[in-house]
Design a protein. Structure first.
Length: 300
């Protein structure tokens, strides 16, 4: 159990490609970014991993960025379980939870804490993106990261499950649901917090760059999202789910596309929007067949 006079603790868990071999590359980049945060108050950092990798060596470089870093291990490979365990071990007033393959900008903690404390908010989330130096990344930003972006900072009805600062009492009352896929866990948890009357805040100036792969990555991503959508859907219709997926893509494109894309990015947006329908529907079929785990998925 962590003991500290700091109000804020940052917990990081690997959601993706966290198998038996641990490289710690993502964690090194994350810890370097956290060491450069321009927030005045101190904070603690905790990494939570499965006991599957407990016997593997931990690079000394991790402690070069965060000298008082704590690494906790728990007997599970499921990210939601690991997050809940991390929360139980960190007795801080405010807790930030983020994925290990995400790199926050140096103002991330400051902007999110400022937003959280500006009103009676359950959590404060920042904008996430894959980077902006290629059409592929810009298009994927719009397709995957714009769902919780209202276009400006302020109160919002959605918050990132990973990449937000929470009041501790919210995390205690609303633990991460132990669903097979982190996407379903996030959806269920957001719904429960909103249903209880809580409001979120998005601090759009506090950004965090998420790792991204190629088309195989998108395929796996959309299988998980399709599984999530079908699991929480009331209609259970594959064809309707397909239409809703495309409708939502184009809704976000109309709503905020000009902030994300350049004029020559739009053909790629059209292609990827339709490309992702197939794995989305495959994931939906898994959910309709009551398969709780997605075969071969790198998400946990």
């Amino acid at each position: 159990m962590t003991t500290s006079s700091n109000r804020l603790c940052v917990i990081s868990v690997s959601d993706y490609e966290a198998g038996e071999q641990k490289t710690w590359h993502d964690e090194l980049a994350l810890l370097e970014a956290l060491s450069n945060q321009d927030i005045e108050e101190g904070f603690d950092v905790v990494l939570v991993e499965s006991t599957q990798v407990q016997d593997q060596p931990v690079p000394d470089q991790l402690y070069a960025f965060v000298p008082h870093l704590q690494i906790l291990y728990y007997d599970s490979i499921q990210s939601a379980v690991l997050k809940d365990y991390g929360v139980s071990q960190c007795k801080h007033e405010y807790i930030a939870v983020l994925e290990s393959d995400c790199t926050p900008t140096n103002n991330w903690l400051r902007e999110l804490m400022s937003g959280l404390l500006s009103g009676d908010y359950a959590a404060s989330s920042g904008r996430t993106y894959y980077g902006e130096f290629s059409s592929y990344r810009r298009v994927c930003n719009l397709l995957h990261r714009a769902w919780d972006d209202p276009g400006k900072s302020g109160p919002t009805s959605k918050v990132s499950n990973n990449g937000a600062i929470y009041r501790r009492d919210i995390l205690e009352v609303f633990p991460y649901p132990h669903a097979a896929t982190p996407f379903l866990s996030a959806e269920l948890r957001n719904d429960k917090i909103r249903a209880a009357g809580h409001v979120f805040y998005i601090a759009r100036e506090g950004a965090m760059q998420h790792a991204i792969g190629g088309l195989a990555f998108l395929w796996d991503l959309q299988r998980n999202k399709g599984h999530q959508c079908m699991s929480v859907s009331a209609h259970k219709s594959i064809s309707l789910l397909m239409k809703e997926k495309l409708k939502l893509d184009w809704f976000h494109a109309k709503r905020i596309g000009k902030q994300y894309l350049r004029w020559y990015d739009w053909p790629l947006f059209v292609f990827l929007s339709f490309y992702e329908v197939v794995p989305h529907l495959i994931g939906a079929r898994y959910a309709r067949e009551n398969l709780h785990a997605i075969p071969g998925s790198s998400y946990r």
